[in-house]
Ligand binder design. Structure first.
Ligand code: NAD
Length: 326
């Protein structure tokens, strides 16, 4: 069984070796994403493993099939970079990954706490021996209402962690989960928008969730609202976020993901001229914390991402199905 793995980072190689041996596969790792330009190298492989920079469009799926590559596993939870509908139509099998939601949930809570305690400003000051307190007075989670949009694996875990902080927790999802009701009150999206001091998104990026947070919703939020996004950047309209911060309607932003991040994140751009004006502009605000799409990035998650990816292709070939099939 031969697998070609794209977008492989140094820290993943050890796990690729470990699970190649365990699943008795031959695996080739390359750093580049899969595009039409390098498509030919997939010839002779049974399946491919990718990350989010390989855009698996319907044309690419057709081409992969014509090269007799029938299986693709993405080492990500989100799969908005893959045309799933077309894949189903042509019988091109796709799987995503599975890892504990705890790492992303911890990162989410960290961004909430850093935002409430103005930690970015405090850190800046410390670097220049400025130990003053002015402007750093924070708010305590136990006095606030937190609205969680999306109560799947990660949203649920965030709610469970938050329940120890004594805050009021509101939740919204089309599919209510009884475990969540132990810690949070389900309500409609509108109530979350108008009643929360902190709003945190945990939904996938879908047609219906694109720009879920826009000008109209921000205008109806509480003054000084804190917005947290550890899901997908495009859930929030970046222009509306900028307007909300400029108008001082938004008290703080804690964003692990941001619209337009794809050409920037996970790359060392220190000596480049950055042309993404919106991200550069947002980053300079004292109340905006951006992390580089790293909420997932823990030892446990990375190992699981690689393992699931190899396991999925192995299972597709051996049994025709995979437990992470989408
Ligand atoms: P999940 O599938 O377990 O949960 C998603 C939940 O969102 C489901 O309960 C679903 O019903 C709900 N949902 C869908 N559309 C909705 C809508 N319009 N309104 C309200 N709820 C809606 O997924 P998960 O594992 O909890 O992950 C959530 C998202 O987090 C993923 O889709 C992925 O894009 C993102 N993610 C980001 C990172 C990161 O490193 N920042 C890591 C992992 C996942």
């Amino acid at each position: 069984m031969k697998i070609l793995a794209f977008e492989v980072r140094e820290d993943e190689k050890l796990y690729f070796e470990k699970y190649a041996a365990q699943y008795n596969c031959e695996i080739t790792c390359i750093e580049d994403p899969l595009t039409f330009n390098n498509l030919k190298i997939v010839e002779g492989y049974d399946g491919i493993s990718i990350l989010g920079k390989s855009h698996i469009t319907c044309d690419l799926e057709d081409s992969l099939k014509s090269l007799n590559v029938n299986f693709c596993s993405t080492r990500t939870v989100g799969f908005d970079h893959i045309d799933i509908t077309h894949a189903h139509e042509i019988g091109f099998k796709i799987a995503n990954t599975n890892y504990p939601p705890t790492g992303v949930a911890e990162h989410t809570v960290m961004l909430m706490l850093m935002s409430l305690r103005h930690y970015k400003q405090a850190m800046w000051r410390g670097h220049v021996n400025d130990y003053s307190l002015g402007g750093l007075q924070g708010r305590e989670l136990n006095t606030l209402t937190v609205g969680i949009v999306g109560t799947g694996k990660i949203g649920q875990c965030v709610i469970k962690y938050l329940s120890n902080f004594g805050c009021k927790i509101l939740a919204y999802d089309m599919h209510e989960n009884t475990d969540v009701t132990k810690y949070a009150k389900y309500t409609d999206l509108d109530t979350i928008i108008t009643s929360s001091d902190i709003i945190s998104l945990h939904t996938p990026l879908l047609e219906g969730t694109y720009h879920l947070i826009n000008d109209e919703k921000i205008n109806r939020m509480k003054d000084n609202v804190v917005l947290i996004n550890c899901a997908r950047g495009e859930l929030m309209d970046i222009d509306a976020l900028i307007r909300g911060v400029e108008a001082k309607k938004i008290g703080a932003l804690g964003l692990d993901v941001i619209e337009g991040e794809k050409d920037l994140y996970h790359q060392d751009k220190r000596t480049d001229i950055i042309s993404n004006q919106k991200i550069a502009y947002l980053r300079q605000f004292p109340n905006v914390i951006l992390t580089q799409h790293m909420a997932f990035y823990t030892d446990i998650a990375v190992e699981s991402m690689v393992k699931c990816s190899i396991e999925a292709i192995h299972d597709f070939i051996k049994t025709g199905n995979s437990k992470t099939s989408i």
